[in-house]
Design a protein around this ligand. Structure first.
Ligand SMILES: [Zn+2]
Length: 283
């Protein structure tokens, strides 16, 4: 299996890799908690794969405006096929029809994507048919198998797909009060200033803590801009505009880079806070 052994492997490290190295797998398994709730996230993932208008500074994000993004939003992108169980399982015939459809030329000269909803319900014949697709991948065709439990899929299918777990990053950090508080302070500005000593002594107490926690916060910000999750953190981020969140991301990236050099940590932290608050001082 290509998945890392640690559970911390998450959706974002995968998206980072896809975007940075342009490594797009031809088959993904996305594990979700709930089909209805998480399906929007999957559609956003599809947009990330298709969109050619990604912005320069937040290039992890699809633009949400171009023709391709709009078509996906409206469920009208002709080269996207969604297959759901027909009755109690997904049948071989459904996959053969799909295969036939995908033999025609793409209308957009872009990727063609099929999503198997409830992929754990592939019956034996359908599983064999999909295995054939996965063993002989065609250029520009991407399979997305969605499941609530990837271990219900045959090992032969699992081993040919990149596994993404949409919820892992949220599970990792959602209940971490430190991170939630820090995000609150950053968004509020004034409380960042008021709580300076507390943050310095208890949260961002040294370079390593700062590096690890700011990386998590950066990912949360990017995830929010991508998926607009409405969880506890999403509600805090809703109090500031997207432009401000993008500014925070750029500042965090810049200050994370500085941390790789031999900077005076206290000066670095002062300057980082000043930047977040709109001013800046030399480190
Ligand atoms: Zn777009």
């Amino acid at each position: 299996m290509k998945e890392s052994s640690s559970n911390s492997y998450n959706f974002f490290s995968m998206i980072d890799k896809i975007v940075d190295a342009n490594i797009i797998s031809h088959a993904y398994i996305i594990q979700v908690n709930n089909y209805a709730e998480d399906f929007l996230l999957i559609k956003n993932f599809v947009k990330l794969l298709l969109c050619k208008e990604k912005k320069k500074y937040n290039d992890l994000l699809s633009c949400n405006k171009c023709n391709l993004c709009s078509l996906v939003d409206l469920n009208n992108y002709p080269d996207l096929c969604i297959i759901e169980p027909d009755g109690k399982d997904i049948k071989k015939q459904q996959l053969l029809s799909l295969q036939k459809e995908f033999q025609n030329k793409s209308m957009f000269d872009n990727k063609r994507i099929y999503i198997l909803k409830e992929a754990d319900k592939l019956n034996e014949f359908a599983a064999n048919a999909i295995l054939k697709f996965l063993e002989e991948p065609s250029d520009n065709i991407i399979a997305i198998l969605v499941t609530v439990n990837r271990y219900k899929l045959p090992e032969t299918i699992l081993s040919r797909c990149q596994v993404l777990n949409i919820n892992s990053i949220i599970n990792d950090v959602l209940y971490n009060d430190e991170i939630i508080n820090l995000i609150k302070f950053i968004c509020d500005g004034e409380s960042l200033f008021i709580n300076y000593n507390y943050i310095y002594e208890s949260i961002l107490f040294d370079k390593i803590a700062a590096r690890d926690k700011l990386k998590i916060i950066e990912k949360i910000f990017i995830e929010y801009l991508t998926f607009k999750n409405n969880d506890e953190i999403g509600k805090i981020l809703l109090t500031v505009s997207n432009d401000i969140i993008i500014r925070f991301i750029l500042i965090i990236e810049r200050y994370l880079k500085m941390l790789e050099y031999n900077v005076n940590y206290k000066l670095w932290l002062d300057s980082f806070f000043a930047s977040l608050l709109g001013g800046e001082i030399d480190v």
